[in-house]
Design a protein. Structure first.
Length: 449
């Protein structure tokens, strides 16, 4: 069932429930009021009977001045003597003499009893009341008075019928209104769905999504548009990464192939030293290819989806771990200073980021000078004492495969600092590169609390 039908049915059912409750309550209250009015009329007739002559009925043709009959001719009227003997009867023996009437006629009481009886298929409301002398010492019998309520019951039935008709109209109107409201509310959502399906089928991420609304659907459209923009950016980055990676792979692959083909064609002409030189060059190129492939995998992997949980660690302790590792591997002088705070990070990834900073500094450092690792709160900066970074390259050193003119003769893939930015930004931080006034370059990152 579509959402539009659900809205229409829900509104129709809710309206039906409310309408039925209101109409049922009004019908019941109206019926009670009409029946209470009949009972009040019977009470009034009883009061007239107590003052009138109930020995015989009085006709409307009696001269004015005679006392009015206690009961009008539109009512059935019977007087029972003590023991239930009929004294006066205008009912033509149609009005039933119930056990309750006999009981009231047999006792000295003024109690009364209301009943609904049926005579020849017609419904009557009847009251039976005991009659006694004013002192209550002598039983005078009982009186039965009944009036037809067929018209009232017909009116109540007609009221019920009209209530059902009104409820039906209200339900249909509510359903129609619900359908109309659902259509108006869901048309923008249906349009957004069509756009999403079209983008999914065509993979055309240049399509735009209408966001000229301020309600919840507008927010959804805005979020969807933002998602399309993110996908478009991601696709562009992937395409650029593939193009750059292809360019970077081409150079070592060409050199590797050239060396191997030379060995294959001229093996007998080459001296042992020349052969070994070609083999060493091939090995070096293969290592370069391996490192490049590894860094491409690291760079293309979403740092937030590696499965590693974030753990608290002191930034100074993390930097010391990396520094100890490099000292044991290279023996290069590395000093560390400053104090850091505890941060919540993916430890292995953050170690990789600091390692790439140190590796970059070692590649550019002048012999005889130490690599300086400075920790300050949530910031780590690694400084070398090399030629520094050209001003035009300060904003580009974190780009993939970017190399300055001076860096083209250096080993490496050009991805180390790109990986640093990828890891740091996945932790909500930012990277920076600058040239200290006394020479060298300082590259690092700052995490966000």
């Amino acid at each position: 069932m579509t959402l539009r039908w659900r809205w229409a049915l829900t509104l129709g059912i809710a309206t039906a429930a409310i309408a039925l409750l209101v109409l049922a309550a009004s019908t019941i209250l109206t019926a009670r009021a009409l029946r209470a009015q009949v009972d009040a009329d019977l009470e009034q007739r009883l009061a007239l009977t107590a003052e009138g002559d109930f020995v015989r009925p009085v006709t409307p043709f009696e001269p004015r001045g005679r006392r009015r009959a206690p009961v009008n001719l539109d009512a059935l009227y019977r007087v029972l003597g003590p023991g239930g003997v009929v004294v006066v009867d205008t009912t033509g023996d149609e009005l039933p003499i119930t056990d309750a009437a006999v009981d009231l006629a047999s006792r000295s009481t003024t109690d009364r009893l209301f009943e609904t009886v049926t005579i020849d298929g017609e419904r009557f409301r009847m009251v039976v009341a005991g009659i006694s002398d004013p002192r209550g010492e002598r039983n005078l019998g009982a009186v039965q008075i009944a009036v037809s309520i067929e018209g009232i019951e017909d009116s109540i039935g007609a009221l019920v019928g009209r209530s059902i008709s009104i409820a039906t109209v209200l339900i249909l109107a509510a359903g129609s209104m619900g359908w109309s409201l659902a259509r108006r509310a869901l048309d923008p959502l249906e349009e957004l769905t069509d756009q999403a399906e079209r983008i999914a089928s065509t993979e055309d991420l240049t399509a735009t999504v209408t966001t000229n609304r301020t309600d919840e659907i507008g927010r959804l459209a805005t979020a969807f548009s933002s998602m399309i923009d993110a996908l478009r950016t991601s696709r562009a980055q992937q395409q650029r990464l593939i193009a750059d990676a292809g360019h970077e792979f081409r150079t070592p692959l060409t050199a590797l192939r050239t060396n191997l083909e030379t060995l294959q064609r001229r093996r007998s002409e080459l001296t042992n030293e020349q052969s070994q030189e070609l083999i060493d060059a091939a090995v070096s190129e293969s290592i370069e290819l391996t490192n490049l492939a590894t860094e491409l995998v690291d760079l293309s992997t979403d740092a937030s989806s590696t499965g590693e949980e974030r753990q608290p660690i002191g930034l100074r302790a993390l930097a010391e771990t990396v520094v100890r590792r490099f000292k044991s591997r290279t023996g290069d002088p590395i000093v560390i200073d400053g104090e850091g705070v505890e941060v919540l990070v993916r430890v292995s990834q953050m170690e990789r980021a600091v390692s790439n900073l140190v590796s970059n500094a070692i590649a550019w450092n002048e012999p005889g000078h130490p690599i300086e690792v400075h920790v300050d709160g949530m910031t780590i900066a690694v400084r070398d004492h090399g030629p520094g970074i050209p001003d035009e390259d300060l904003l580009l050193v974190f780009e993939r495969f970017h190399r300055s003119d001076a860096a083209r003769t250096k080993p490496g893939s050009g991805l180390g600092l790109s990986i640093v930015r990828h890891i740091v930004e996945s932790h909500g931080g930012e990277v920076f590169a600058r040239n200290p006034v006394d020479g060298g370059a300082e590259v690092g990152f700052r995490l966000d609390a």
